[in-house]
Structure formats: C-alpha cells, structure tokens
Design a protein around this ligand. Structure first.
Ligand SMILES: *Cc1c(COP(=O)(O)O)cnc(C)c1O
Length: 394
C-alpha cells in the first residue's frame, strides 16, 4: 500500500484537482513547479533558517510524567504549542510565503477557523512585507476574538464570511471566490492538507518537519525512532499529516486520528466526517465529506473552531479507508475535560483542538512500555474565554 500522493494528485481514490477554469493557470503553475522550487538549496536554506531562528524549531519532545502515570504508558508531547504564534500552522505559512515570493505573487489571501492559520499567515506577510487578506466566518470572529485582534495588529485585513454556518467552510468559499477574481497577483495560502492538488501534498511536506524532528528526538530519548502510537486531532488534517508523515510506511506505528464529535456523533451536531461522510468534492478535492443524499454540504458543528469543517484531507480519507489509521471521536465535553486535565497535571494549557487528541487517551488502553506520541498542536490562550465559560470558578 502506498500512502504518498501519485502524479495526478491522488491518494488511492481521494484527491485530485476539481477547480473552476479561472484557477487553472495558478493551480497548473503550482502543480508543475512546487516540488522543484521547494527542493532548491536556496529555498531549503531560507526555510530551515526561518524555522530555526524565527519559529524556534526544533520544538521539544516532552515526556509528560504525570500524564504518563495517569494513562499507564510513556506519553510524549510534541510541543508545537511553543512555536512562534502558538501552533503548528506557522510551519506551512513560512513554506508557502517563500513559494509565493518565488513565483512572483504580491498579495496573499487565506481562510481561517480558530484564527491560528490567519495569525500565522498575517505573521509571515508582515515578515515579508506583503499585503494580506484573511477570510473568517462571522461566528468564528465572535468566538476567537483574541486571534482577530492579533491579525489586525499584524496589519492584515480580516473579512467576515456571512454565508452558511458562518464558519470555516464558508470562509474557504470566500477565499476561493477572491482568488478567482484575482488570479494574477494573488497566492492563496491554504491552512491545511485540503484543497486541490498540490495543496494536500505541499502542506503535508511543509508540516513533515514535525515527524522528521520527532524521529531524531525519540531515538535520543528512547533508543528507538518509532513510537507505538501517534495521536493527533483532525480538522483538515495538517498537524496529523505533519507528525505522521515519516511514519506512514512504518506499519508497526499505529496512527490514531481524533475527530470532533461535537455534541455526539449521532446528534446531528458534530464534525465526525469519517463516519458521517461520503465521497464527494469539496474545495477542489475528492474526499470524504458530510453531505445530504443530493450532495448539499451538511453544516458541521464543533465547539472548536479549528475542527469545525465538513471534510477531511484526501490523505486522511485514504488512511482511514485503507485501514492504516484508526479514528476516535471526542465530544466538546470530553475535549474540555481533557484540556482542564492537562492544564492541572502538566501545567500546559492546550488549544481546544489539541484537547480532542488528548481526550482519545480515555478511550484507549495501553501497556506500561507503550510509547505514545501526541501532537500538542497548539496553545490554549485563544480558548481561555471558552474554558472559563465551561468551568466557571471550579
Ligand atoms: C488549525 C488547528 C488544528 C486543526 O487543523 P489541522 O489541519 O487538522 O491540523 C488543530 N490544532 C490547532 C492548534 C490548530 O490551530
């Protein structure tokens, strides 16, 4: 079984590039050149230098002692929360801004859910002196106010998406509309492993620095570069793709994806795409998505703005359908409890998205020697209002 993308942009049955004609030349240009450009020694040197000196990589791999004791395994946290801007999203935006510069683009657009990708994009645009427009659902603008303020402080224009559920999917629609209207000067920095080929593969490669570092760190700390389990939450799938990338062909490493169960997978209020979804086309890619019998997208729900998306990336659809990855679901409540637990026993306040991955620990069983690596994809500063509302003064 192959897990890497093929030359047409497919992972098994999933992927491809289903796009309007106005975007052909942009997508074609990316498809034909992304591998060559990103492999240039000058590109690699600048990418690596910025990841080190600007982002603060390598991110630590932390053996969490009290969490390990609680669940009876050796649990390691890959600390993407310590990156500049507070999540893994910056790895990809650094890569894409360098690519955009290389192909002569002078304006950047992006979509954002929780605002972490918007902040990471606004940050690299400020760094490079490039105009930045971020589309964000009106509902998400409300629930992620600190990140909206950060984007504005960084000089980006934040445009509310008013259609549909006014969340991530709708912001993505608006960004695509903008790109169709401005194909010449604009590059669209997609924030996850979704969208038309080559985005899923390109974003996965930029994020793969996570698993590349982890191999070295695990070898140093345990003597074996392979863990028994890797766990990551899934919105579109970029933090999962990043921490799993170099382990996809290592069958002894069990891959665990955790989706947002919302109020419960069967309640009609969730974002559990792998169980509720079927094959369809969303945002330029053939993948699993939540849709009605006649192909209308079903509005997803999660308390977490970064997981509130009705699809998953084509790589993940393939990993799940081929049986390579297992899927768990965490409800809003389970994620909130996992966030509080990590805060209280390790002194680390995780992002609400990340907390879904941590919540899967409750549903799994381990033996003492199991090495479990969890992608601590982001920090929880942006979610403090949500946490305080859930727990009050407890
Ligand atoms: C955006 C985000 C996610 C979800 O996106 P993926 O592409 O699935 O990684 C998860 N965690 C954090 C902290 C995020 O900001």
């Amino acid at each position: 079984m192959k897990y890497q993308v093929d030359s047409k942009g497919f992972y098994g049955d999933f992927g491809g590039a289903y796009i309007p004609e106005m975007l052909y030349s942009n997508i074609d240009n990316l498809q034909n050149n992304y591998l060559e450009i990103t492999a240039l020694p000058s590109f690699r040197a600048e990418f690596d230098q910025l990841l080190r000196d600007y982002v603060g990589r390598p991110s630590p791999l932390y053996l969490a002692p009290r969490l390990s004791k609680q669940y009876g395994a050796k649990i390691y946290l890959k600390r993407e929360d310590l990156n500049h801007t507070g999540s893994h999203k910056i790895n990809n935006t650094i890569g894409q801004i360098l690519l955009a510069k290389h192909i002569g683009k002078t304006r950047i657009i992006a979509e954002t859910g929780a605002g972490q990708h918007g902040v990471a994009t606004a940050t690299v645009c400020a760094l490079m002196g490039i105009e930045c427009v971020v589309y964000m659902g009106a509902v998400d603008i409300q629930r992620q106010a600190p990140n909206v303020a950060r984007m504005k402080m960084l000089g980006a224009k934040v445009v509310p998406a008013m259609s549909g559920s006014k969340t991530l999917k709708d912001a993505t629609n608006e960004a695509i509309r903008d790109w169709i209207n401005n194909p010449e000067d604009t590059h669209y920095i997609i924030g996850s492993v979704v969208g038309p080929h080559p985005y899923p593969d390109m974003v996965a490669r930029f994020q793969s620095v996570i698993s590349q570092e982890m191999k070295t760190q695990l070898r140093e700390q345990t003597g074996n570069e392979n863990p028994d389990y890797i766990i990551a939450c899934v919105g579109g799938g970029s933090n999962a793709a990043g921490i799993m990338y170099h382990y996809l062909e290592e069958q002894s490493v069990k891959l665990v994806l955790v989706e947002a169960g919302g109020k419960g997978v069967d309640t009609g209020h969730s974002a559990a795409t792998s169980v509720l979804g079927s094959m369809g086309i969303i945002h330029g890619s053939k993948t699993l998505l939540m849709q009605t019998d006649d192909g209308q997208i079903v509005e997803p729900y999660s308390l977490s703005a970064g997981l509130d998306y009705p699809g998953i990336g084509p790589l993940h659809a393939h990993l799940i359908k081929s049986g390579r990855a297992q899927v768990y679901h965490a409800t809003d409540e389970q994620a909130l409890n996992a966030a509080r637990n990590l805060s209280r026993i390790e002194g680390i306040i995780p992002a609400l998205e990340t907390a879904h991955g941590l919540a899967a620990l409750e549903q799994m069983t381990f033996s003492q020697d199991d090495v479990v690596a969890i992608n601590l994809s982001g920090r929880g500063d942006k979610d403090l209002a949500t946490y305080i509302e859930a727990f009050g003064e407890e």
